[in-house]
Design a protein around this ligand. Structure first.
Ligand code: PNS
Length: 163
């Protein structure tokens, strides 16, 4: 069974990779969809750039496909022919947000959402703080895949690397 894993992925981090791995193990196939979150207007990467990063992270991973979809998650699910969504949950704050989205998506489309608890070693990681630390020249390499760390370092050289 294939499932959709929608998210902002701005940028993708190790917690996202954990959720994709969990979802592949459980469901067999995952479509990772970079999307807009209308609540978040302070993004760093464009949708196309996020798709590019996801392609580099998951391009060679079996049973994982990546897309960018500038619309509703339920329409993204329909467009790739999947009938369930997966979301990662790190804490109670995530749960509150995800529960409302899952119930709304079900009410308007019948598509179910399955929550996957994040690995405890990843549950502190957020794209928001990755962006914030990187923007000030901090080192985020422990929280993101190498391709993302390199891209961030290009845009925001580390403090120690500046002349
Ligand atoms: O990584 P995020 O920011 O938690 O992901 C949230 C996302 C992008 C999955 C959510 O905002 C979303 O589904 N956006 C697409 C628009 C949509 O479907 N809105 C209806 C929500 S009930």
């Amino acid at each position: 069974m294939a499932v959709l894993y929608p998210g902002s992925f701005d940028p993708p981090h190790n917690g996202h990779i954990d959720i994709v791995n969990q979802a592949v193990q459980i469901f067999g196939e995952v479509v990772v969809a970079a999307m807009y979150n209308p609540e978040k207007h302070t993004g760093m990467f464009t949708l196309d750039e996020r798709l590019g990063l996801l392609e580099e992270v998951f391009g060679k991973v079996k049973h994982v496909r990546v897309i960018a979809f500038p619309g509703l998650a339920i329409d993204a699910a329909a467009s790739v022919g999947v009938t369930a969504i997966v979301k990662g949950v790190r804490n109670a704050g995530d749960f509150d947000v995800e529960q409302q989205m899952a119930q709304t998506n079900f009410a308007v489309s019948g598509i179910r959402t399955v929550y996957l608890p994040s690995d405890p070693s990843m549950s502190f990681i957020s794209s928001r703080f990755v962006r914030e630390i990187a923007q000030y020249g901090g080192d985020v390499s422990s929280m993101v895949p190498v391709v993302v760390a390199n891209e961030l370092k290009l845009r925001f050289p580390h403090k120690g690397d500046r002349g």
